[in-house]
Ligand binder design. Structure first.
Ligand code: ADP
Ligand code: MG
Length: 286
């Protein structure tokens, strides 16, 4: 049977905005020494500002419109941000056959033309030449009917409580790691701002799974690992980790299902509350 203290702990956590799906996860959290973070939407807000629009042939507004249309149905933070920046109603009758390639981007048919929108890896994979971008930021490249049309440079900001959360973890001998599908320059910049030494960039969703598997194989039996993600493309790794922690506000349904712990507000510092409660509960049970 489950000691009452565990139920008390789960209740206390829920009053602080942390949903813990079982007493086993409360116990595991008290033994977690490694916190692996997704970057976009987890450590950062996932609200991208457009820094630059660099079309090859068309007007900037036209390039932005194409991306907003191509991203019409995606729930990726990049897609939501581009639609918000575009700001106008999207006439979905102009858009057909959208396909999302997680970790890459999207393909859509807009007014009958094939539009590819995504990162440099996506352009490479599709055999398209693209313009290398040297500024810090995430370049969203666009190609229409096999021709490169330029890019939109976007950038995100850190969540307000991210720095404090990481500092607290480090003070308590907990390791923080970043895994991201974004490029190295952005990843390194975020890691540097947060004082995180372990950062892995350019990862496909399946690479994140492999990386977490490696970490888990090298840890001691009694050590636990948590993965913290916003849920977009993260369901497999949330399920694999000893504890999957999802940001509840942004989280996709699949991720909320796969997660063991849900932060009802999108605030990484809520993890600190949960850790404190878990350690307190374990002390009370012993
Ligand atoms: P992360 O959450 O770590 O940034 P993702 O796997 O969600 O990782 O995305 C990795 C990269 O893939 C993004 O930085 C972006 O370059 C590209 N990407 C993914 N989805 C989209 C999309 N809908 N539109 C444009 N680019 C995308
Ligand atoms: Mg993500």
């Amino acid at each position: 049977s489950v000691p009452l203290a565990f139920l008390g702990g789960i209740g206390a956590a829920s009053r602080q905005g942390v949903l813990i799906k079982g007493s086993n996860f409360l116990e595991a959290l008290s033994k977690t020494e490694t916190f692996v973070f997704d970057k976009t939407g987890t450590l950062t807000e996932g609200i991208f500002q457009v820094k630059e629009i660099c079309p090859k042939h068309m007007e900037p507004e036209e390039l932005l419109e194409l991306t907003a249309y191509g991203e019409a149905y995606s729930s990726h933070p990049i897609a939501v941000s581009l639609r918000d920046t575009y700001g106008k109603e999207i006439d979905v009758s102009r858009v057909e056959a959208i396909k999302e390639y997680s970790g890459f981007g999207v393909r859509a048919f807009i007014d009958g033309r094939q539009v590819l929108i995504g990162n440099s890896k996506f352009m490479n994979q599709q055999g398209l030449f693209y313009q290398p971008v040297h500024e810090i930021g995430t370049a969203v490249h666009v190609a229409v009917d096999g021709e490169y049309e330029g890019y939109i440079l976007i950038a995100d900001i850190l969540r307000e409580d991210a720095k404090w959360t990481i500092r607290w973890m480090q003070k308590h001998q907990l390791e923080a790691v970043i895994l991201t599908g974004d490029n190295e320059r952005v990843a390194d910049d975020v890691a540097k701002q947060l004082g995180i030494g372990y950062v892995y960039a350019n990862l496909m969703p399946e690479d994140k799974v492999e990386q977490v598997k490696d970490f888990m194989e090298s840890q001691m039996e009694e050590e636990k690992l948590a993965f913290v993600g916003d849920g977009i493309n993260d369901a497999p790794v949330l399920a694999l980790a000893d504890i999957g922690i999802a940001m509840g506000g942004l989280g996709a349904d699949a991720a909320l299902e796969a997660a063991d712990v849900i932060l009802m507000e999108d605030e990484p510092s809520k993890i600190v509350n949960a850790i404190k409660i878990s350690k307190g509960t374990i002390r009370a049970v012993k």
